[in-house]
Design a protein around this ligand. Sequence first.
Ligand code: CP
Ligand code: NVA
Length: 324
Amino acid sequence: MVKSFLKEIDFTKKDLLNLLALSAKFKQLKKDKVAHKYLEGKNIALIFEKTSTRTRSAFTVAGQDLGMNVTYLGAGEIQLGKKESIVDTAKVLGSMFDGIEYRGFKQEDVEILSKYSGVPVWNGLTDTWHPTQMIADFLTLTEVFGSLDDLSIAYIGDGRNNMANSLLVTSAILGVNCTIIAPKSLQPQKDIVDLAHQHNTGASLTITDDIAGVKGVNMIYTDVWVSMGEGVDFKERIDLLLPYQINQNLISLTGNPDVIVMHCLPAFHDLNTEIGKDIYEKYGYSELEITDEVFQKYSSIIFQEAENRMHSIKAIMYNSFQEE
Ligand code: CP
Ligand code: NVA
């Protein structure tokens, strides 16, 4: 059976916990400098229709550590989309590669790639889900808190993007209490909330526009306010989401001195980016979804989370080939 990794709801709590345990094992092997070229001789392709630092690097290094040959196929570099359909591309790549990572726009595209390639396909982010990020995030939570039992998390900001969707549904599957805090117009779509409830193993799931929803949580999460491929007015989004910024006041509202902050990255927390500078020049804001003060305070966990992308993606790819 081909074991793709396309979206969280394709997996049970047990499956996800197994992937978390496997990620921790691979992390230890890497730290101990123990070679683990378990997939020597395999060839994988990485298709990126959107830009990436972490996901691309994680798949590349994880693939190489596992002994695989890794080929990057960037946006506009192959016929896909312009001259060739996803179905035809899938058939061709599936005849040459043993596995394919795909970052793109529509979830349907990654599903088609999996169906027609006949090899494992890993979703490196679509407009709807970011499932590989989830294994890294819940691994990080496990490392910080020792286990996922009785944890409560809050995601604040753009509540209907891929990250919010994935956190809500993955929390439900794993039984971690999850609150999505966003203005009404940016709250998760009904079909996503329904999926979370259908797959819930006992978590308390809350959607609210009230920032007081962070009270008592163990972790607060945020993401960029405008996602890749969104054609929206940045200023409108900023006006809508400024009250949902992670700043010191929001941290205080948790009432929990041990609360941690996580972010999938990249983050707009200072003026050291082109877009950050542009927004500052146009609208006068030097930090967006998270203040630099808070970002720096929790940066060791945020960068631990980023490193965990590599260990968890290694586990995801390894697992796909074990169940073939
Ligand atoms: N978090 C994440 O997916 O980062 P990249 O966009 O850099 O891959
Ligand atoms: N929501 C963001 C996630 C980036 C990792 C985006 O899609 O751009």
